[in-house]
Design a binder for this molecule. Sequence first.
Ligand code: URA
Length: 242
Amino acid sequence: MDRLQKVIAHSGYCSRRKAEELITAGKVKVNGKTVTELGIKVSSKDEIFIDGKMLSKEEKVYYLLYKPTGYVSTVNDEHDRRTVMDLVPDDKRLYPVGRLDYDTSGVLIITNDGDITNKLISPKSNVQKEYLVKCKGFLRKEESRKLEKGIFINNIKTKRARIFDVKYNKVSESTECKVIITEGKNHQVRNMFASVGHEVIKLKRVRFGNLTVDKMKKGEYRIIKPFELKCLRELIDENPKK
Ligand code: URA
């Protein structure tokens, strides 16, 4: 179930703001009844009419983008920076699934499927995200263990994580390691490492569930294959705590 204005916007009909205007102006009917409040939630089974025409359900597309650094993960940027949407076809109203920081590279899903987006970004989804991290200084075993058990960031404890493949570079006094987390709070990996005194200097998401950017070039996108999508959905559905 999603808010009516979001469903209209995700169908590709218009922007969310325009959808809100249409609703409050009494132009939208759900299952034959005019709706003028903005809060109501609808599902894919509900029939939505705008100005007497049925809202068409736009064909769903799923892209896997190898996000380079130097791009923001939003549809529009208020500071006019390059966005990840500049790197994929623009014939549909698409949006990224969650965010990677401006300085983070790696796997980013871009789609117009609001349902899978909500499921994937939900903290309950439990889908693994694997990162390659380079941080300043030498990450000690106790610090790794602390991060793995969960630490408090802004009074909220992070879920269990895994840290492995730890390599030290004595010349640059830095550490490279891999980290697997199953949630995606804002700047989560950078904040986790900062909390044990290590600034992250390079961050790449190497895997999202079953999807990787292996064999892809930075800035390249490809269509996610049906069997990959099926597998991704199964990773969400397998979550016992949902
Ligand atoms: N964690 C971060 O700190 N940044 C990202 O871009 C992704 C995960």
